[in-house]
Design a protein around this ligand. Sequence first.
Ligand code: HEC
Ligand code: HEC
Length: 517
Amino acid sequence: MKTTYRLACLVLVCSWFAISNGANAQRDPGVRGGLQNTGGGLQQQGIPIPHPPLISRNPTNGATVNENELASFEEGIIRAGQLESTCDECADVTDGSPVTGMGELDPMFPQSHTNSNGLGARHNADQCFVCHAQPTLGGSGGYIVPNPGSPKPQQAENPQFRLVPNRFGKQNTVPSFETQFGPSREVRFKYKPDGTRDGGVHQLWTVRGIANDPTISNCALTQPDFETQYRAGNLAFRIPLQMTGLGLIESIQDREILARHDATASLRATLGIEGHPNRSGNDSTISRFGWKAQNKSITIFAGEAYNVEVGITNEVFPTATEEDPGCQGQQKPEPNDVTRTDPDDTRNQAFDNPMHMLPDWMQFQVMMRFTDGPAPDPNPGESATKGKAVFAKIGCSLCHTQQMRTAPVMNSAVLQDRPVNLYSDLLLHHMGSNLADDIVQGQAGPDEFRTTPLWGVGQRIFFIHDGRTADLLQAIRAHASPATPQYPASEANGVIRTFNHLSPSDQQAIVDFLRSL
Ligand code: HEC
Ligand code: HEC
């Protein structure tokens, strides 16, 4: 009976195929438009600026951010909006450039000054927001106009294609995996030439050729040979995650993560879903940030990103990734970004506010802490509403846990004892050979990934750690992998099998639900 039904279904789908010229019956409607929940109405020099969403009122105790929290959040945006170059005088920045390629929105990109912290000799980009801008500042990847300030309007594109590699005269070759309208990819090498594991990030760009900085005009640093490594299958890619809602995720206690996991033990057992935490090698608590849950806190992430992505050393990561003396620039004290104890503001770009002592990395983490999680569509529609129920019923939510609660008492009243609709268990799962990237981080093995929090997924352009697809149906199907000699079967196989057997309208409902998040 069942088979006949499915066959009939197939025939229906096939004839539909013919009519619709090859389009799939179930379809990802694409990125949901609009900027949600940006709140706060911030201005810079009288001009409204886009900014990450400010954390909303705590539904449990009614608290909103206090005056100092708001001031820290705003200062964080200004600091993260500064463009880094090798010295203050090296580059004049054209104020503002559209950030999204989505058409209807044309927000100003706050890159107003150049910051003297000093772009690293090797770097992936020159500003946090270059990689965290979709659908608003603080989001995941995103497109940026290649020549900000150019009188001729230009379509926004992957900033790693023309903007960052060449900004201020830099002479970099763009590897073939960075395409004009593809995802911004960051590169790890799987193995070293001697066959032992590498796993570290290899920055894409160098400062060689940068104009207007005579102190490094002899810098001869070249890029690694990415193409050869790419052809040899030695590259593992990662796309940006979002910076939003991370203070809420950080405020969830380990006991909450473990209790939610325990609560589904019997259901998970029937489907072969396990899941385990990535624990810090130092204090053994659950680390939860990054694609493999490899980072313990947003403060560590801020310090690390400043050094790894932008090449700026700081108190958290004090050693440069590239120490070639010809490429450091004169008078660039190490670490580059520190708590400012100077008696006056002359070296501090006259920040001129009570926060001037705080280093940039510290401001980044405060900004992220008071950023709200992405807001779902307030009017999700019938199909998406049905999809939410089907998503839970077929077991997607056994990994993508809808809700957790923050700790009962936090230093900040706005963060404590409130629900977080993250859609993740914050745990690692074996995903099999199809997704394996052969990178080991802490207790995360070569085919293990943290369940990606799905809040905000409706407004992301690319999916899966390496950005392999922009289609949610492909992202779902990529969860399945049979066992191979190298890797176990994916823990998601049972759930994906059920998904594949759903009616086209139920599959569509799940996709519509995801696009409403
Ligand atoms: C070149 C692009 C790029 C730049 C610039 C960049 N990031 Fe990221 N960001 C990434 C990528 C890629 C990841 C995922 C990294 C991983 O897990 O391996 C990420 C992840 C993160 C996360 C973890 C989010 C989560 O859900 O766990 C935080 C926090 C973060 N970045 C903060 C920053 C800060 C702060 C800056 C500026 C100092 C910054 N990033 C600059 C690419 C970038
Ligand atoms: C066994 C645990 C597990 C189950 C079950 C599961 N997922 Fe996932 N999901 C993950 C993990 C882990 C990732 C990250 C994979 C990667 O990036 O390589 C992920 C990623 C995703 C992404 C991509 C998010 C992004 O921004 O890249 C989507 C969408 C998604 N899951 C939807 C679903 C849906 C819908 C279902 C049910 C049909 C489901 N998942 C079932 C663990 C699971």
